[in-house]
Design a protein around this ligand. Sequence first.
Ligand code: SF4
Ligand code: SF4
Length: 190
Amino acid sequence: MATTVKKVNRSVDLTLWEKMYIPEILRGMSITLKHFAVNLLGNALEVFGGRRERKIQTLYYPEELPNVPIAYRGRPVLVADENGLEKCVACGLCEVACPANCISIIGAERGDGERYPVSYILDGSRCIFCGLCEEACPKEAIVMSGEWQDICEYDRAKMIYTKEDLLRSEKSLKKRIKVLREKYFNKGRY
Ligand code: SF4
Ligand code: SF4
């Protein structure tokens, strides 16, 4: 991805007006005040049924939630297939790859010989959202979701996620999985 580099020209000579300092401070404060007034008025208009012109980037959380970019690494979650079963085959690669040692898996075999995790525990209080579990997984069975809200707790015990807590439908994660395929598969990583 191309990165735009902005250079600050530090060799600009300040005018006498700018060197006086106070006028520039006042100018900065007037800009802040202008934004304050515009947003206050915008909210007041909305209360009276008018249309609020959004001039600010802040959100009315939790009523409004941001659309996080698809590359965002939120809570790691397990992918469920169309039958609601985990795609995980309990190979343990994510467990080994995790630098925070927050994944514990107990695997077993189903009647048809397919391996699956009887237990998949992820300690969210230790997770550093590095995404290495996602990179290590050969089955696209664990991915970094866009979930960032409600991941903090006062009680660390509430941050221990079980397989059932982590399962999400493949459909709901398809954008992230598409990005992963472009990022890793198309570059010959696997
Ligand atoms: S994101 Fe990183 S720290 Fe969190 S579970 Fe995956 S590998 Fe472990
Ligand atoms: S790497 Fe993937 S398939 Fe293997 S145990 Fe982890 S989530 Fe399951």
